[in-house]
Design a protein around this ligand. Structure first.
Ligand code: NAP
Length: 259
């Protein structure tokens, strides 16, 4: 399918590996020129090379912490008026909520709620002036379903979800859409780090913990980053212009509800 976005530009935050990189790759396949981002310069440059070689896309890597004002300024300096913004970031570490002090809570809310809102503020007027804008936020299944140890992540992302629900409607008549992707369990470094930590605590092998987690998912497997990336690209396409303010679960059926 031609997504109708060839020649558009995108800023894809936190995209040197995992879900962000998969979104960048899928947009590159659709002919979009990219700004990709991560803090580790080597990993970021490798990702840029990989995407360029595979797709021929124009890829500009910006090594920066997207949660900081300087990081956001660096992204916007190379692409001041993107047609597409994919908001992604790291997530707060797995932690009992009683261990979170004020600083940790503010850092989590900054990462997963404030940062995407700040970037939306900075790009949306130019999108409106041009009559095209696609904004996709990676949130989590935890917005709908509590996950032990991830309360801060869930709360911050639920805050983002509620915040952009109003903004999406305000800009719907400008051909700007804002949607959220809610990943369940995807096979990324973050997931693997989680199993490694759980293995240390429990003494069970990582492979056994992963097998147990997969068995609990109706699809009996983890999602592949490419599956999420292609969904992101579709939401950025001309065909998805009438989808806005939505929360799209990608979870292999893990969230147990009819709707
Ligand atoms: N994987 C899942 O199953 C799953 C499920 C639900 C939600 N999520 C959420 O989806 C997001 C992406 O997850 P993932 O699994 O793709 O993680 P990942 O494999 O750990 O990749 C995270 C990416 O974000 C970059 N990054 C992290 N912090 C950054 C920052 N402050 N500024 C710029 N770049 C930053 C990392 O590069 P550097 O470290 O070099 O900066 C890396 O490229 C996370 O918020 C995660 O909580 C994931």
């Amino acid at each position: 399918m031609d997504l109708g976005i060839r020649g558009r530009t995108a800023i894809v935050c936190a995209s040197s590996q995992g879900l962000g990189k998969a979104c960048a790759r899928a947009l590159a396949e659709a002919g979009v020129a990219l700004v990709i981002n991560g803090r580790n310069r080597k990993r970021l440059d490798d990702a840029a090379d990989e995407i360029r070689e595979a797709t021929g896309a124009d890829v500009t890597p910006v090594a920066a912490d997207v949660s900081t004002a300087e990081g956001q300024a660096a992204l916007l300096a190379v692409c001041p008026a993107p047609g597409i913004l994919v908001n992604n970031n790291g997530g707060p570490p797995d932690r009992d909520f009683r261990e979170l002090d004020r600083q940790a809570m503010l850092a989590g809310v900054t990462m997963n709620m404030v940062t995407p809102i700040e970037l939306i503020q900075k790009v949306i007027d130019a999108m409106a002036a041009r009559g095209f804008g696609r904004i996709v936020n990676t949130t989590s299944i935890s917005v709908k379903m509590p996950l032990p140890g991830l309360d801060l992540s869930s709360g911050a992302r639920a805050g983002l979800t509620a915040f952009v629900a109003g903004v999406a409607r305000k800009f719907a008549d400008k051909n700007i859409t804002i949607n959220n992707l809610l990943p369940g369990s995807f096979d990324t470094q973050r997931l693997r780090v989680g199993f490694a930590a759980a293995s240390k605590k429990s003494g069970q092998p990582e492979s056994a913990l992963a097998a147990q987690a997969m068995a609990e998912i109706p699809a009996k497997r983890f999602g592949t980053p490419a599956e999420l990336g292609q969904t992101c690209a579709f939401l950025c396409s001309v065909h998805a212009a009438y989808i806005t303010g939505q929360n799209i679960l990608l979870d292999g059926g893990a969230y147990p509800a009819a709707f």
